[in-house]
Design a protein around this ligand. Structure first.
Ligand code: SF4
Length: 55
């Protein structure tokens, strides 16, 4: 992925949408969600657009 979206910083190198040479996402937009019923900390929220490089 070589088309960084400078509006979306990301360091998750295990995602297929992560730019290979910089810490940005290559998607035009992402969706953020939560896996908790009542999120209260940063650990409670997730990038729902994540896709594994392995899958
Ligand atoms: S889809 Fe989400 S996890 Fe993947 S590179 Fe973009 S912001 Fe990061």
């Amino acid at each position: 992925m070589d088309n960084p979206n400078k509006s979306i910083e990301c360091s998750v190198e295990q995602c297929r949408y992560h730019c290979s040479d910089c810490n940005y996402c290559s998607l035009d937009k992402i969706r953020v969600g939560t896996h908790e019923a009542d999120p209260e900390t940063i650990q409670c929220v997730d990038c729902m657009s994540f896709r594994s490089v392995q899958g």
